[in-house]
Design a protein around this ligand. Sequence first.
Ligand code: SF4
Length: 310
Amino acid sequence: MKTRLEERIYTYSNYLKQKFGRKIFRVGLSTGIPCPHRVKTGGCVFCNPHTFTGDYVRKELSIQRQLQEAVPKIKANCGDVGLLAYFQDETSTAGKITELQKKFNSALNYPEVYGLVLSTRPDFINVETVEMLKQISKPVTVEIGLQSIHDSSLEFLNRGHSYKQVDEAINLCGNYGLEVGVHLILGIPGESFQEMKATVQYVSQNDNIKQVKFHNLVVFKNTKLAQMIKAKEIISIDSYIDILTNLLAYLKGNKVVTRLFTSNITGSELAVGNLTGNKTKWMNQLRKTMIARDIVQGSKTDLTYEGRQV
Ligand code: SF4
C-alpha cells in the first residue's frame, strides 16, 4: 500500500533530488520588466501583480543585488542548499534579448545557482529567445501559462493568445532541448470535467512537456475577475481535490507535478470564495482521496508513476 503522496505522484522535490543530487531552493527573482500583456490590455482577468511576487523578489534591484540580499536569508533558513534562479513574476522572457541575456547570466554567475526557471507567456517565446536560452550551459526550464486547451476559456481569462500559440511555443522550446513546464487552472467557470480532462490528456501526451503546475482558480481583490464572477462559480476545495484526484490518473507518470494547489494566499487578498487554507491539510486530503480511489499518477494511461524512492 502506497501511503505517502510521494509514492503516488511524481513530486517536484523528488525530481530535484534526482536531477541535482541535493536539496534545491528556488529563489524568486525579477527582470523588473512589466508584463506587456498587462501593460497593453489590462492583462489576464485573474492577475494581481502584488500577489505573485515571492519573498525575495525585489523588482527595483539588479539581479546581483536581489541575490546578495536573498542568499544569506535562504542559507539561514534552509542551510546549505543549491539554488535555481526562478524568474517567476511578470513575463520573464519579455524584453530585449541582449538585456535578458545579461540578467540571466548575472544570476547564473552566482556560484550557488544551478540553473534557471523562467515563467512566461507563449507570445514571448520565439526562435531568438530559444536560441539565446539554448546557449546557457546550466539547465533551463521554461514555464509557460497554458491554463486550458479550450480557446473559449482562454478568452474568458483574457489570456490574449490561443491554444495553438501555446502548443507552438511548447514545441519550439522542446525542439531546442529546453525543459518545458506548463501552468494549468482547474475550475475555470463553464469548463466541464471532460474539458479539464482533455487539457490534462494533452499535457500527458505531449512529450515536450516535462512539468505541470496545477492551480485552483483564485479570485484576488483588484482584479477584473473579481467583478465578473460570483462566489457560487468558484469550486470548493473539496470539489477541487475531487477533480484533481481523478485528473492525476490521466497524467502520465513521467510528468513532474511541480504544484498541486495555489495555497500561499491570505483571506484578506481574496475577493470571492474561501480558498485560503492549510496546504498540509489539503495535501493530506488529496493523499487520502487517492488511496481511497486506488489512484496513482498515470493509472489511466500507459505510464504509471512507480513511486521511485530517493
Ligand atoms: S501573463 Fe501573467 S503577468 Fe501578464 S497579465 Fe497574465 S497573469 Fe499577469
